[in-house]
Structures are given as structure tokens and as C-alpha cells.
Design a protein. Structure first.
Length: 126
């Protein structure tokens, strides 16, 4: 295991939570193990581990990109992660306003609907 992989696992767990990472690791196979290693080292061990943006800021950028591209499954994952990144529901709604202007109202509308559901689930679980 490389230092970047170890750092990536640390950051990945801090942002996504142990339960999610444990599930992903438990379901990894020989087929997708190289992909898991890639995202752990590149996304989590390099991009998310950088000091250039705060985790809150990086979370908001990630949400904008995922919403703008219509990546709903990953959007849900990162909306749940806001509980650990410090991005508030108000931050998220600001981000989705940007998505509406720069990526389209339908993309933002879908993202807002998903966020409302995720935040309601989070409130119910608390």
C-alpha cells in the first residue's frame, strides 16, 4: 500500500464514513479492485487530501459537478457526506442555484429533489 493510498483511505473514511467505505471494500472483487485503488489514491489521496480548499468548499464543488452532470447516485453519497464536510443545507441550495444557471434548471431541480429527500432522511435518523 502506498502513502497516497493510506492517506486516501483516511480521507475517504472521514468524508464518506466508515460504514460506506467498509461496504465498498467488502464488495470489491478482483475485477474492480484496480478501480477502487485508483479512486482511493487519485480522488481521495490526492484531490480530497489537498489543502487548497477546505472540505466544505471541496464538498460544494463536488456537489455542483455531480448535479450538473446528472450523476444522481454519487450525488446522494456526497449529500450524505455533508454531515461530515461542514456543507450546510443552505450551502447546498446555493450550489444548486449555480447549477441551475450554469448547467440547467432541470439538473438543479433533480438535485434539489434528491437533497430534500436525503436531508429529510438524515433528520428522521437523528
Amino acid at each position: 500500500m502506498t502513502d497516497r493510498h493510506a492517506k486516501g483511505m483516511e480521507v475517504r473514511r472521514a468524508v464518506l464514513g466508515d460504514a460506506h467505505v467498509d461496504r465498498a471494500e467488502a464488495t470489491a472483487t478482483a475485477l474492480d479492485a484496480p478501480f477502487q485503488r485508483l479512486i482511493t489514491e487519485a480522488a481521495w489521496g490526492t484531490v480530497w487530501a489537498s489543502d487548497g480548499l477546505t472540505r466544505r468548499e471541496r464538498s460544494m464543488v463536488t456537489l455542483a459537478l455531480l448535479a450538473g452532470l446528472g450523476n444522481h447516485e454519487e450525488l446522494e453519497l456526497h449529500l450524505r457526506a455533508t454531515a461530515r464536510t461542514g456543507a450546510t443545507p443552505e450551502d447546498v441550495m446555493e450550489v444548486f442555484q449555480h447549477v441551475a444557471i450554469y448547467a440547467g434548471v432541470p439538473r438543479a431541480n433533480s438535485a434539489i429533489r434528491i437533497a430534500k429527500r436525503i436531508f429529510a432522511e438524515t433528520e428522521d435518523a437523528a
